[in-house]
Design a protein around this ligand. Structure first.
Ligand code: TYM
Length: 349
C-alpha cells in the first residue's frame, strides 16, 4: 500500500509556492492514502543555527497544515526532532552516501554560496536527513515542489546502495521484498521512493520575475504571496505582478517564452483544480487587466479561510502542541520498528 511522507521547514513565512507545491497536494492525497506530514525543525538549523523563534515557527507550520485541511487524527502530523530515529537513521545514511553525491546538490551549492568550506557539515548532509525522514517510515510516495526533485533522486540512490550493500543480511532476516530497478533485480529493505511533483504549478515563480522561483528569501515581499497576507495584500500583489503586454493565448503552447503569463495561468489552474488548458479555454484572448482581477478573487477565496483558520490556531498553542505530541508518538512507534530492523541489518549490538 502506498505510504505518503512529506515535510516543510519551519523557516520564514509560508508562501503560495509552498501552498501549491506542497500543502494543497498533501490535503488531496489524504483521501486515498496513509499520510505522514512532518515539520522538519532539524533541517532548519542547517543553514542558520540560531533562531529566536524556532518553537513558534514550528507551531505556525503545524497551524498551516491543519488550516489547509490536513486531518491529524486519520493521518500523522508531528515535528521531526520529537522522533529521534530520524537523526539516528540519518547517521547511518551519512555512512552509506558519498561526499561526492552531496557536493553535487544544487540546493547545497546555492545555500553554501562561494565560501563552501565554511558551510555547516549539516548543510552538506541535509539530503541524508531528508532520506532518513522518508525511509524511516519506508514511505513510497513524496509530494513536493519541483525544487526537491534532486533530493529525492538522492534518496533513491541512498536506498539502493543500502539495499545492495546489505543484500545478504536483508535476506537473512527476511525483511526485504523483491523489486526490479531498471532491469536489475534487488532484494530491497528500503523502497524506491516516487516523487509526486506533477500538477499545473510544480514550480511557482516570483510575481516580479518569471525566471526566479517564488521563495521565502527573496528580498522583495511583492515577489510572493504569503499565507499570512490579508485579502487586500493578496489582491494588490496580483495587480502589481509582472506581465507582458499581450493577451492570453487560447492554448498552452502559446505560453512558451512567456514565463510570467505561464506562471499566473499555472497559479490559476492549481488554485481551481483545473488544467492550464482548461483555464485558457475560458480566458484565452483576454487581457491581463481582465484576468488579474479574476485571479485575485480566486486567490482570496481560496487563501482567506486558510489564513483565518491559521490565525485562530496560532492563538491556541496548547492545542497545536497536543497534536504534535500525539503525532510524534504514533510516528515514533513506526520509526522504532524500522530502526530495530536496521540495527539487525547493520549488525549493531
Ligand atoms: P521547503 O520547506 O523549502 O519547502 C516546502 C515545500 O514547498 C515546496 N516549494 C515550492 N513548490 C512550488 N513552487 C515553489 N516556488 C516552491 N517553493 C517551495 C517545496 O518543494 C517543498 O515541497 N527539503 C524540504 C523539506 C523536507 C522534506 C523532507 C520534503 C525535509 N525532509 C522529506 C519531503 C520529504 C524543504 O526544504 O522544503
Amino acid at each position: 500500500k502506498p505510504q505518503i511522507f512529506s515535510g516543510v521547514q519551519p523557516t520564514g513565512n509560508l508562501h503560495l509556492g509552498n501552498y501549491l507545491g506542497a500543502l494543497r497536494k498533501f490535503v488531496a492525497l489524504q483521501e486515498q492514502m496513509d499520510c505522514i506530514y512532518c515539520v522538519v525543525d532539524l533541517h532548519s538549523i542547517t543553514a542558520q543555527l540560531v533562531h529566536d523563534d524556532l518553537k513558534s515557527q514550528t507551531r505556525s507550520i503545524t497551524a498551516a497544515y491543519l488550516a489547509s485541511g490536513i486531518d491529524p487524527v486519520k493521518h500523522i502530523v508531528f515535528n521531526q526532532s520529537a522522533v529521534p530515529q530520524h537523526a539516528e537513521l540519518a547517521w547511518i545514511f551519512n555512512c552509506v552516501a558519498r561526499i561526492g553525491w552531496m557536493n553535487r546538490m544544487t540546493q547545497f551549492k546555492d545555500k553554501a554560496g562561494k565560501d563552501r568550506e565554511n558551510a555547516s557539515l549539516g548543510l552538506l548532509a541535509y539530503p541524508s536527513l531528508m532520506a532518513a525522514d522518508i525511509l524511516v517510515y519506508r514511505a513510497t510516495h513524496v509530494p513536493v515542489g519541483d525544487d526537491q526533485k534532486q533530493h529525492l533522486e538522492l534518496t533513491r540512490d541512498i536506498a539502493m546502495k543500502f539495499n545492495l550493500d546489505f543484500a545478504k543480511k536483508i535476506k537473512e532476516i527476511g525483511k526485504g521484498v523483491d523489486i526490479t530497478v531498471g532491469d536489475q533485480p534487488v532484494h530491497a529493505f528500503f523502497p524506491m521512493v516516487e516523487p509526486l511533483i506533477e500538477g499545473p504549478a510544480p514550480r511557482v515563480m516570483s510575481l516580479k520575475d518569471g525566471s526566479k522561483k517564488m521563495s521565502k528569501s527573496d528580498p522583495s515581499d511583492l515577489s510572493r504571496i504569503n499565507l499570512t497576507d490579508d485579502a487586500e495584500t493578496v489582491a494588490r500583489k496580483i495587480r502589481k505582478a509582472k506581465t507582458d503586454p499581450d493577451a492570453l493565448p487560447s492554448e498552452v503552447d502559446g505560453l512558451k517564452g512567456r514565463p510570467e503569463a505561464d506562471n499566473l495561468v499555472g497559479i490559476f489552474a492549481a488554485l481551481s483544480d483545473r488544467t492550464k488548458a482548461d483555464v485558457l479555454t475560458e480566458y484565452g484572448g483576454q487581457q491581463f487587466s481582465q484576468f488579474k482581477p479574476a485571479l485575485a478573487e480566486l486567490a482570496v477565496n481560496v487563501l482567506s479561510p486558510v489564513n483565518a483558520e491559521m490565525r485562530r490556531l496560532i492563538d491556541d498553542p496548547a492545542h497545536i502542541d497536543a497534536v504534535l505530541k500525539d503525532g510524534s508518538e504514533r510516528a515514533g512507534a513506526i520509526a522504532e520498528k524500522t530502526m530495530k530492523d536496521v540495527h539487525e541489518i547493520v549488525g549493531l549490538l
